[in-house]
Structures are given as structure tokens and as C-alpha cells.
Design a protein around this ligand. Structure first.
Ligand SMILES: Cc1cc2nc3c(=O)[nH]c(=O)nc-3n(C[C@H](O)[C@H](O)[C@H](O)COP(=O)(O)OP(=O)(O)OC[C@H]3O[C@@H](n4cnc5c(N)ncnc54)[C@H](O)[C@@H]3O)c2cc1C
Length: 412
């Protein structure tokens, strides 16, 4: 096979994983190994990328090094969901959710890529231009050449326009938040009535990421900040203006999933640059890692055109279905209240229903089954709790301390 140079723009989870798997597959660690070359261009090596940093169990199971890393994520077991009404559902997670500082995670992934034999270049890439032989890549410092370009430069990259049709503002969520001193070890998520998004507090090993995301068009930035302010006041998180973050989070519309192009002649998109984020939960790290891994597999097989199909089969179709579900999840009604309100009320009463919520957090079941289970779970819980309890549920929010079946120890 002809010697190839692969240029990866962006050293986040998607780019670092592509680089590691490619370098590993080509044996670049060994001095006498293959003559292929893998370069990762990253303008902010190992930075604290704005993020919750939550890694579901699905990701930890697939990549055990993430759980085992000595300076790894904070493994959390205590969670609390808060309904728009203010009703709360404290519960114990069946399996841990790791919350990583993104600086720690990015450094870990880039180190693994380097150890496998990839070159990590501290450089901001300004322009991509096609040549007869491949690509000319203009950096701030130098110009580079490559046979194949992987764009893994995150949600805000403008370089995407060179390769594929741009996404629309409706394909993103706005986010805003703070990194605060460590507080309780409880992972909190608050939903709002008729609003596509949520506020979160994700405790890490030495600080907590507190923030909010909302689909563009739902709220202005000041309105988003006000929602977050209420959440923080209610739970005692004090804003610190010195450590604010804001960023875009992909949340592709149903149409954009239908039109998504992941690869073309000598190029491919991975992670957020491709829009590969769960439209309901906002989980993107796992899909960035998986897309990088699948892309590397396709390149190693000498068949980069197989990459989009690999993504579609493994999780793309499920995420596209998630885009259909997102509106119902955040705006839908069940028995005169929002779905998220009912989900929390019912989760506090029924062990079976709490299991559905645990599946959603773990990512252990994909959306095709989830929508049906959510609705059949709501209906079944109604029957279980009986008409009198139902009236009580409909008239008043559930008690802050769940009692009866499915209480706070339900997952144990
Ligand atoms: C506020 C917020 C909270 C989130 N919370 C979670 C969460 O809790 N769990 C979860 O799973 N997902 C979460 N996500 C999503 C997650 O952050 C992303 O899905 C994930 O980081 C995508 O990885 P990536 O490698 O594709 O992109 P990124 O992590 O964005 O990495 C892209 C890299 O490219 C570099 N880059 C960009 N342009 C250039 C250039 N021109 N030249 C060189 N380098 C460049 C950047 O510096 C960056 O390091 C959240 C997102 C946001 C915004």
C-alpha cells in the first residue's frame, strides 16, 4: 500500500482516538514500523474544553482505561433529578458515571495517541485546500501536506464549510456555565417546563461544572442565564465570574440527520464537527471516541467510504431517532403535565420506571426501544399506582423524599 499521511485537525476525543487507533493499527510505535504518518493538529493542547465532562457507563465499558486511569474521572453514584415543578428524585446510580475534567481527559487521550506513534503538533489550522495529490493545510506557523484530512475540530469549526454543507443554527444548543469549587458529590439535573434543554451540576475530582444547555431559538442568552441562576440559588452554587464558560453543543434536527455527510473524497468528519451528539441527553464524548475509532478502522481497512455506514449502523440511526424523540421528551405532555415532570414523579414511585431512567443515563438501551418503554412505562406505572395515587400525583408534585417502591436505594 502507498505510504499515506493522515492529518487530523483537532486533538479532542474524536481526533485523539482517530490518531491513536490509526497509529496503533499501522504499528507506528516501532521505529522500523510502517512509513505511514499520523499528525494531530491541536491549537490548545489539553485545555479545559467547556463541558460537563460526564462519561456514561457505556463509554467506560467500551474503553476501560477511562475508568482505570490514575488521575481519571470522578466516579459518581448519587444523582438527583429535579422536575420543572421543583419536585426532586434522589436516586443511586446502578453503575458509576465518570465525570472528567476535560483538561485531564484530553491530555490522557493525546498522550495515548503519542505513545502509539502519532505526532501531536501544537498548531492552529487556518485553511484547507485541495491539491492534485491531496491537501495543503495552512497553519498559523507553517504549511503542511497530507493525503487525507480528518476534521475533528469540534462544534464551532469554520473549516467544515470547505468539506460539507454547513449546519444551521437550529442544529445547536447554546450552553453557559461555571467551574466552581468542589461541593456535594451529587450529580444534579434540572428540567424546565416546555423547554428543550436542562441545567446540570457535575462534580469532578477538584471542582464542579455547573451549567445549562438550551436549543437555539428556545431562549435568549440572558434568559438562559436567568434559568441557570435560579437553579444555582436553589441548590447553593455560588456563581464565580472568573470561571465562566460558554460554547455550542450540536443537536442536529431530524432534517440534518437525513442530509448528514460524514465523508467524501479524501476527507472525513468526526465527533462534534460531524454533529454526532445525542440530541436528548447532549452526550457527545462517547460518540466522538466511537466515531474516531470507526473512522480509523475504515482507514486501516483501506476503505474510508465504509466509515459513514459504520457510524450509521452502530449509533447514527439511533441518534437520528433521538432527534425525533427530543421534542416530545422536552415539550410533550402526559396527563396534563410535561413528560419530564411525569418521568420524575413516576421514577420516584416505581422501581420499573426508575430502571428506564437508569437506562437513559447509562446509554445501555438505544432510542428505538426507549420511546416505547418511556410511554409504556408511564402507562404501566399509572396502573401500578392505582387511580387514587394517580389523582394525588396529578394534583401535587411528588414529595422531595421518594417513598415506597423505587425510593432512593432503588438501584441497589
Ligand atoms: C457545555 C457543554 C457541556 C457538555 N457536557 C457533556 C457531558 O457531560 N458529557 C458528554 O458526553 N458530552 C458533553 N458535551 C459534548 C462534548 O463536549 C463534545 O461532544 C466532545 O467534546 C466532542 O469531542 P470532539 O473531539 O469532537 O470535539 P472537541 O472536544 O471540541 O475537540 C475539538 C478540538 O479541536 C481543536 N481545534 C478547533 N479548531 C482548530 C483549528 N483550527 N486548529 C487546530 N485545532 C483546532 C480544539 O481546540 C479542540 O481541542 C458538552 C458540550 C458542551 C458545550
Amino acid at each position: 500500500m502507498k505510504t499515506q499521511t493522515i492529518a487530523i485537525i483537532g486533538g479532542g476525543p474524536a481526533g485523539a482516538m482517530t490518531a491513536e487507533r490509526l497509529a496503533e493499527g499501522w504499528g507506528l510505535r516501532n521505529p522500523g514500523g510502517s512509513a505511514h504518518r499520523v499528525q494531530v493538529f491541536e491549537e490548545k493542547i489539553g485545555w479545559e474544553k467547556p463541558c460537563g465532562g460526564g462519561l456514561s457507563y457505556k463509554a467506560l465499558r467500551r474503553y476501560p482505561f477511562l475508568e482505570q486511569a490514575a488521575s481519571g474521572g470522578n466516579l459518581l453514584r448519587s444523582a438527583e433529578f429535579i422536575a420543572p415543578s421543583g419536585a426532586t428524585m434522589p436516586f443511586r446510580l446502578r453503575v458509576p458515571l465518570a465525570v472528567y475534567s476535560r483538561a485531564t481527559l484530553n491530555q490522557l487521550l493525546l498522550r495515548r495517541a503519542e505513545e502509539a506513534g502519532a505526532e501531536v503538533v501544537a498548531e492552529r489550522i487556518l485553511r484547507l485546500q485541495r491539491t492534485n495529490a491531496g491537501w495543503e493545510i495552512t497553519g498559523r506557523e507553517k504549511t503542511y501536506h497530507a493525503d487525507f484530512v480528518v476534521l475533528a475540530a469540534g462544534a464551532r469549526t469554520r473549516l467544515r464549510q470547505t468539506l460539507a454543507p454547513d449546519l444551521s443554527p437550529h442544529d445547536f444548543m447554546l450552553t453557559y456555565g461555571y467551574y466552581l469549587p468542589p461541593s456535594s458529590e451529587v450529580l444534579r439535573v434540572q428540567f424546565f417546563e416546555d423547554f428543550e434543554g436542562y441545567a446540570w451540576a457535575f462534580p469532578r475530582t477538584d471542582h464542579v461544572s455547573v451549567g445549562i444547555c438550551g436549543k437555539i431559538g428556545e431562549d435568549s442568552m440572558p434568559a438562559l442565564r436567568n434559568r441557570l441562576g435560579d437553579f444555582m440559588r436553589n441548590y447553593g452554587y455560588l456563581p464565580d465570574r472568573r470561571r465562566i464558560f460558554s460554547h455550542l453543543l450540536p443537536s442536529l434536527s431530524v432534517e440534518s440527520w437525513g442530509n448528514l455527510r460524514l465523508a467524501g473524497e479524501r476527507w472525513a468528519l468526526a465527533g462534534d464537527a460531524a454533529g454526532l451528539v445525542d440530541p436528548v441527553t447532549g452526550e457527545g464524548i462517547c460518540y466522538a471516541l466511537r466515531s474516531g475509532h470507526l473512522l480509523a478502522e475504515a482507514l486501516l481497512e483501506g476503505c474510508p467510504h465504509a466509515y459513514p455506514e459504520k457510524v450509521r449502523n452502530e449509533f447514527g440511526r439511533a441518534l437520528a431517532l433521538g432527534a425525533r424523540l427530543a421534542r416530545t421528551f422536552y415539550h410533550g405532555e402526559f396527563l396534563g403535565s410535561g413528560v419530564t415532570t411525569r418521568m420524575i414523579e413516576f421514577g420516584a414511585r416505581s422501581r420499573k420506571f426508575l430502571e428506564i431512567i437508569q437506562d437513559l443515563i447509562e446509554g445501555s438501551k438505544s432510542f428505538p426501544g426507549l420511546a416505547a418503554r418511556l410511554y409504556s412505562g408511564l402507562a404501566r406505572t399509572l396502573v401500578e399506582t392505582g387511580a387514587s395515587r394517580l389523582r394525588e400525583t396529578v394534583q401535587s408534585p411528588c414529595s422531595p423524599t421518594p417513598t415506597g417502591e423505587g425510593g432512593s436505594q432503588a438501584g441497589e
